[in-house]
Design a protein around this ligand. Structure first.
Ligand SMILES: Cc1ncc(COP(=O)(O)O)c(C=O)c1O
Length: 356
């Protein structure tokens, strides 16, 4: 994986400036890059912490010295609860979300056993049926339960509208985001009236960053993909450019090599299914070339006419379709300024169940 440092740094600066100018905070999601190097750069530009999808990512970031780590996926296994409490004991700014009263009880019990107070956010349903308690009374009750649990400290609410993040067209995206967050907004009003202590309201994505800062329900963004961008995000259209979401530039490529050229209008590269090659990937500098899956370790680049100039052994860079998936199968980022590799950053906290 190759990071174009110039585009990457510009992406970070664009988001940091947006946050400064609009007053919203950034607690960016690290599931996209899994790199403490990137988290540190974001903190240096004003991020108040990071959000993580797995306990392994939380441990990685906290151990790398990042404060304000928030786990956005409720821990429910004995393993995950134990590690969450251990992390809270070591790093007081760490917190987790809950969307179920039972999980709140398990966390309270484990926190009491270790004598710690765990920062806890109530995760409210915002259009994705994978997580989040129902808005209104159930969410309010859970927030009160957390607030009165001796070893939990209620710090806020979360609402992640994953459906809005990739909705095509900025106006359509704004509408979807508003609809999905309506329950959170209503619950927020009720929780404030009930005098509950809400430091943060967290959610948002790369797709909605300039919608969330406008609607003001959220106090902070969990946007992650903007650091590199991927081809699927580039297609959703922006506020000013309906065709391409160009607010952030494509900063990450997968470097491949042409390994065969025996047939007309195509050549073979050494990246296939194991490299998570997708037909929606794009070839850097050659938008007319199509990407096709061929096998575990083979991919095809195809075009309509002529020879197209690809040479045996040539290096070809591809923009991946989905960062979360692709970055998870590589060990490191080669960081390039122009044509020169100036740094190597490890990709960490990946892999199987033991690390999750
Ligand atoms: C809980 C949560 N928050 C925020 C995000 C936003 O990430 P991105 O900006 O990469 O779309 C995601 C992405 O899937 C997520 O799962």
């Amino acid at each position: 994986m190759v990071v174009d440092l110039e585009i990457f740094e510009k992406n970070l600066q664009t988001m940091a400036a947006h946050c400064r100018n609009t007053g919203i905070h950034l607690r960016g999601h690290v599931k996209v890059h899994k790199s403490p190097e990137i988290a540190r750069r974001q903190v240096a530009l004003g991020s108040i912490g990071v959000t993580c999808a797995t306990v392994a990512e939380c441990e990685l970031m906290a151990h790398a010295g990042i404060h304000g780590v928030l786990l956005t996926r409720q821990p429910t296994s004995r393993n995950n609860i134990g590690r969450v409490i251990a992390l809270a004991k070591r790093e007081a700014t760490f917190g987790t979300v809950v969307d179920d009263p039972l999980a709140a009880e398990w966390l309270q019990e484990a926190a009491a056993h270790e004598g710690v107070k765990l920062r806890t956010v109530v995760d409210i349903y915002a259009g994705l049926t994978r997580h989040g308690i129902e808005a209104g009374e159930p969410a309010l009750e859970l927030a009160k339960k957390v607030d009165t649990s001796k070893n939990l400290k209620l710090i806020g609410l979360m609402g992640y509208s994953g459906g809005a993040s990739h909705t095509k067209g900025w106006a359509e995206r704004r509408k979807k985001s508003g609809d999905d967050l309506a329950g959170l907004t209503e619950t927020l009003g009720a929780a404030r009236s009930a005098g509950l202590p809400l430091e943060i309201v967290t959610g948002g994505s790369t797709g909605t960053y300039n919608i969330d800062s406008e609607t003001k329900t959220l106090t902070e963004l969990q946007a992650g993909s903007f650091v590199f961008m991927d081809t699927i995000y580039r297609q959703i259209g922006g506020k000013t450019d309906a065709a391409v979401y160009s607010d952030f530039g494509p900063a990450l490529t997968v470097m491949t090599t042409v390994i065969s050229k025996r047939h007309p209008r195509q050549c073979t590269i050494d990246a296939g299914n194991k490299a998570l090659l997708r037909p929606t990937d794009q070839v850097k500098g050659r938008p007319e070339v199509e990407v096709q899956n061929q096998g575990a370790e083979y991919g095809i680049l195809a075009w309509k006419d002529g020879d197209n100039g690809f040479k045996l052994g040539e290096r070809v860079e591809l923009y991946p379709s989905n960062l979360d998936m692709s970055t998870n199968v590589y060990d490191r980022y080669y960081v390039a300024r122009g044509e020169k590799i100036v740094d190597v950053w490890p990709i960490m906290g990946r892999g199987g169940a033991a690390q999750r």
